[in-house]
Ligand binder design. Sequence first.
Ligand code: ADP
Ligand code: MG
Length: 240
Amino acid sequence: MVTVKNLNKYFGDLHVLKDINFKVRESEVVCLIGSSGSGKSTLLRCLNFLEMLNSGVVMIKGQAVDPKKNNLNDVRQKVGMVFQQFNLFPHKTVLENVTEAPIQVKKKKKTEAEQEALALLKKVGLLEKANEFPSKLSGGQMQRVAIARALAMKPEIMLFDEPTSALDPELVGEVLQTIKTLASEGMTMVVVTHEMGFAREVADRVVYMHEGRIVEVGEPEEIFDHPKEERTKAFLSSIL
Ligand code: ADP
Ligand code: MG
């Protein structure tokens, strides 16, 4: 689904991503872990070209994305993203938040967009909130609306950047459950997370990053129970 080859990214002189190589297969859930500043968010943002690469290639479904030739809006439709901060439109209802992009970007008919949005709101358990404004929702509910909004564009892959980090602890579970449901339905996903229990349970593979490099990749049991690299061991013992 996604292949990254020799990706390098700089912010000025700062070398933030160093020769990143990795793949995400169809229907796979990859959890990206690592300490703050290791480059996880930047890597996600490079996958949907919110950041431009300095060198290397990102391939989506076997096709190298060329920002000069490809329409990046098309790429971003295939690669949905959910952020730590949900960024809902405050003056639009939940339903309008979900239908906005399909109507504006995909030129969908309003009635069709609404039908699809209601189905998605049902999926994330918020059908009864369709006509509320975001200010009436809890953080967990807002994040589930943000997930429905991303799904409304029918992405091939979903990227989650610390989707539960801004939530009160009691609201984390409902958002992780929503992501788990998507995983069980076969959605391809890359999830940056500090929730190691979630990563262990849901990830097909875990990628550990440190200072802009991928240090170790493996199945959850390999990374969490039998890490090979000293860096990985040190990171895990610092957080567990
Ligand atoms: P993580 O998500 O793992 O915490 P980030 O990808 O956010 O890491 O950041 C990686 C490094 O890049 C950090 O040193 C951060 O300060 C730097 N960085 C991130 N975004 C920018 C930016 N827009 N301009 C300059 N430096 C940035
Ligand atoms: Mg980050």
